[in-house]
Design a protein around this ligand. Structure first.
Ligand code: ZN
Ligand code: ZN
Ligand code: ZN
Length: 368
């Protein structure tokens, strides 16, 4: 495996460089492996409660009366494998009391929307990488189903965001594995930026930028030479960013990773809309996803994370993005909290080189 070497990396093996996110340049990253860039406590992995059932947990089987009434349960008869309920504390809702308003520069949009919780599994302590793949495929198809139903339920809903918080460091208030779906009256800025920028790339390159990134990851190797001395500065084997690949999906460590252990999962085939996920592909996705999560869990000794799905928004204004946008899942393990430098500069700071992180993830033993 080629290690980056050269001026950017000092004698002590310290890497300091600003890496530009190819899709959203505003989300660029300072990769600074020097100690002290981020004063960190030794992060203890969150204690994991593996018990299958807890009498006090509203998401455990048998405690269904503790949640708001279900929107759906799967399967409809017999013991449920997944349940979907309204969020007890919705961040968006059917809010007719607070219509759009504005005064001067202060503008607000009505907080209309839907906020649902998917109880991922009946077992209390199970983690994603411990679920069987058939169950995970069901979860991915359930996301798809709810997204579709929400998009069709109300024209005011502009974007349906599926995400998951796992572990207190990732903002999960209930330990039992669950995901959330928020249907919003606006398309989030970061999704808009991805759509806009990938469209601009498409107009010049006639190719989807995400497909191009995948192609680079699978084929590209480059050697950089010093312009004056002719000495080799570093070799970049972009293949070193691949964490997992299967016939139809790939997990990549982004070159400009915002978070130390961030990994993105994409279909190898071009597809803009997560709603086009077929049952066969959901099965393929679940295999690759489970293995990726097992790698993160093995390397981090218990992983707290957020993940979310970015898919082409459904409004008519976005239909031009079909050839240029490519749906993906961003997995963001949470090992640190943002510092003042990050908030003040808007630059993410990553203190582990993405190449090293990728190598450790690839080398993790997760069985076959
Ligand atoms: Zn539970
Ligand atoms: Zn593509
Ligand atoms: Zn994205």
């Amino acid at each position: 495996m080629n290690k980056p070497a050269g001026p950017a990396q000092g004698a002590a093996g310290i890497l300091r460089e600003i890496r530009i996110n190819p899709v959203v340049p505003a989300e660029s990253v300072l990769v600074a492996t020097a100690r002290g860039m981020r004063p960190r406590k030794d992060e203890l992995p969150a204690p994991h409660d593996a018990r299958p059932h807890l009498d006090t947990c509203p998401f455990c089987r048998g405690n269904e009366g503790m949640t708001p009434p279900p929107i759906a349960r799967i399967p409809e008869e017999g013991e449920w494998k997944l349940r979907i309920v309204e969020n007890k504390y919705p961040v968006l809702g059917d809010d007719t009391e607070n219509p759009d308003f504005g005064f001067g520069l202060q503008q607000a949009i009505d907080g209309y929307g839907r906020h649902e919780v998917v109880i991922d599994h009946a077992s209390h302590g199970i983690r994603i990488h411990e679920m069987d793949e058939e169950h995970l495929a069901l979860l991915f198809l359930t996301y798809r189903q709810r997204m579709e139903e929400l998009y069709h339920s109300d024209d005011r809903l502009q974007y349906v965001l599926v995400f998951k918080n796992f572990g207190p460091a990732a903002g999960a208030s209930i330990a039992h594995s669950h995901s959330q779906i928020i249907a919003m009256p606006v398309v989030p800025d970061n999704v808009q930026a991805e759509v806009r920028n990938s469209q601009a790339y498409y107009q010049t390159a006639c190719k989807c930028i995400f497909c191009s990134l995948i192609d680079e990851a699978l084929t590209f190797e480059a050697t950089l030479y010093d312009r004056t001395s002719g000495e080799m500065r570093r070799t970049i084997s972009v293949g070193q960013f691949v964490i997992e690949r299967s016939e139809r999906f790939i997990a990549i460590k982004p070159f400009a990773s915002r978070f130390e252990w961030e990994v993105h999962v994409l279909p190898l085939f071009h597809s803009a809309d997560y709603l086009d996920l077929s049952p066969v592909d959901a099965a393929g996705l679940s295999t690759l996803f489970r293995r990726t999560m097992a790698r993160l869990n093995a390397v981090l000794g218990g992983v707290q994370y957020n993940f979310f799905i970015h898919s082409l928004p459904h409004g008519a204004a976005y239909s031009a993005g079909v050839p240029s946008f490519h749906w993906h899942i961003e997995i963001c393990p949470r090992t640190s909290i943002p510092t003042g430098f990050e908030l003040g500069s808007g630059l993410f700071v990553n203190t582990i080189s993405p190449e090293d992180a990728a190598e450790r993830l690839r080398n993790a033993d997760v069985g076959e």
